[in-house]
Design a protein around this ligand. Structure first.
Ligand code: MN
Length: 492
């Protein structure tokens, strides 16, 4: 499902105390707000006004419906009037969808002449939303609270961002990951409890034989390769004479995509240690698949592959770019301290600052018989985040670091892969100390399109631990936070 196909159900809290006229006004205004929100252009998904809730049964019924409706990616509640919260308990206990409490108000300001007790009885969000908020706090519900005037652009943007995070949840819950081969031998951080991950995040992570992929590659026709080759030529710049290598990557891409689509997988992982029967590690193939929204993880890293696909789904339609990434090497100069991110081949061209070049180069790592074709480019500048999901034993931890991507300060003419350079927060050294303290992987998802707040919302909805390294983070405070967090999570 595409982002625009998802709905968010708007449930407005009230009760019978105020009489039918008030309830009619509340319903009309809720519909008016829904229509304006849908027309404002700032929300990626549709809002559907469902009901003005007056009884326990109405709420329980609508929650049951929301739980089973695949289009419904979450509910949004608001109390125009006072809505006694005991009637929300049964519904909330059963709720399985992301939940946003939209603490807003129909009118922007307090009127002078118009205000009397009728006005006060109709416009009670200031205390209605407090009663409503109490019960979610009491039930320890994961929720997003967005407060402010519903016509304010900043408030609408917040709601839109949360919708994207909630769609990430829906996407995650039905995500299948195709593994070709196991994780790279002896590597620890790319491991993880797949049963725990499926229970928490919904991912079905399963393996397919590299031999099956090779067989699938053998069934790709020259005409199919011609078509994809022409597509490469129309979007990338040719910078090699080795046309066969490019055509071989096209064959790999078509076969991988065909297997993934057949199994409804939106992400895959492979490893250079298991290429039996393949001439080249998929480079251009993996890069072009990522550009189409598929997740990818190198060295069998299925966690980063799945996260890449999820973050791409959350950022659908945005222009910044999202990719699988790896921290490679540092620049510790007094004039500026930077990280250089790259991979042996596979960085998504959605990050490219200019038209990527197709090149072929020798690759010593792995069992490549031929020089793999890959896209070479510089990453674009701008604020971004890097994301790592790790299994710390007994739970999952999502680590996010704020970074600022820059145009690489060196041309690095002999580096045969795509490269991204960034300043890490709070600084290269402190950021590194924090990242290592938290146990973050060398593999990450780098995104310009999704914010740390959205990833926090995602972690909250998924009930997993969240760690955010910002410009203000101090290593000793982070150490203490992780100590407390370990205690809390072990006792849940
Ligand atoms: Mn790697």
């Amino acid at each position: 499902m595409a982002l625009k196909d998802y709905e968010f159900w708007f449930l407005v809290g009230s009760q019978y105390l105020y009489g039918p006229e008030t309830l009619e006004t509340v319903a009309a205004r809720a519909q008016e707000m829904t229509d304006e929100l849908n027309a404002c252009g700032l929300l990626p998904c549709k809002v559907v006004y469902k009901l003005t809730a007056k009884t326990n049964k109405e709420i329980s019924d609508i929650v049951r419906e929301a739980n089973y409706d695949t289009k419904c990616a979450g509910i949004i509640t608001w109390c125009h009037t006072f809505s006694p919260s005991k009637m929300w308990i049964n519904g909330f206990v059963d709720l399985q969808k992301p939940y946003c409490h939209f603490a807003t108000q129909y009118n922007k300001t307090i009127p002078n002449e118009e205000i009397d007790m009728d006005f006060m009885n109709l416009n009670q969000a200031a205390h209605g939303d407090r009663e409503h908020g109490f019960i979610a706090a009491r039930l320890r519900m994961p929720r997003k609270i967005i407060a402010g005037y519903w016509k304010a652009e900043s408030v609408r943007r917040k709601l839109g961002d949360w919708m994207r995070a909630a769609v990430g949840v829906a996407f995650s819950k039905s995500l299948s990951v195709m593994r070709f081969g196991d994780n790279m031998r002896e590597v620890a951080v790319t491991e993880g409890d797949k049963v725990e991950v499926q229970a928490k995040l919904g991912w079905q992570v399963n393996t397919w034989a590299v031999g099956d992929l090779v067989k699938e590659m053998g069934m790709v026709t020259e005409q199919e390769i011609d078509k994809l080759y022409n597509e490469y030529m129309s979007i990338y710049e040719l910078n090699t004479d080795d046309i066969d290598a490019i055509r071989y990557q096209a064959r790999e891409e078509i076969a991988i995509k065909r297997m993934m689509d057949r199994e409804s997988c939106k992400a895959f992982a492979n490893t250079f240690q298991d290429l039996y029967g393949m001439e080249q590690l998929p480079g251009l193939a993996s890069q072009h698949l990522m550009a189409q929204g598929y997740g990818y993880g190198g060295e069998g890293d299925w966690k980063v592959s799945a996260m890449t696909a999820i973050v791409k789904a959350m950022g659908e339609g945005k222009a910044g770019g999202t990719s699988f990434m790896e921290d490679y090497t540092y620049h510790f100069s007094e004039d500026g301290k930077y990280s250089l991110g790259a991979h042996m081949l596979e960085v998504c061209p959605s990050l490219a600052a200019a038209k990527p070049k197709i090149e072929t180069h020798y690759l010593g790592i792995g069992m490549n018989e031929k020089d793999p074709a890959r896209l070479v480019f510089e990453g674009k500048a701008g604020p971004a985040i890097v994301i790592s999901l790790i299994d710390v034993g007994g739970r999952l931890r999502l680590i996010v670091q704020d970074i600022n991507c820059i145009k690489p300060i060196l041309p690095m003419p002999n580096l045969p892969v795509a490269r991204v350079m960034w300043e890490a927060m709070p600084s290269l050294e402190l950021g590194l100390e924090c990242w290592i303290t938290a146990g973050g992987s060398h593999h990450t998802v780098l995104t310009h399109d999704v914010t740390a707040e959205q990833m926090k919302d995602f972690a909250n909805m998924m009930d997993i631990e969240f760690v955010h390294i910002t410009k203000d983070t101090k290593p000793e405070e982070l150490e203490y936070q992780l100590l407390i967090s370990d205690f809390v999570w072990k006792n849940r």
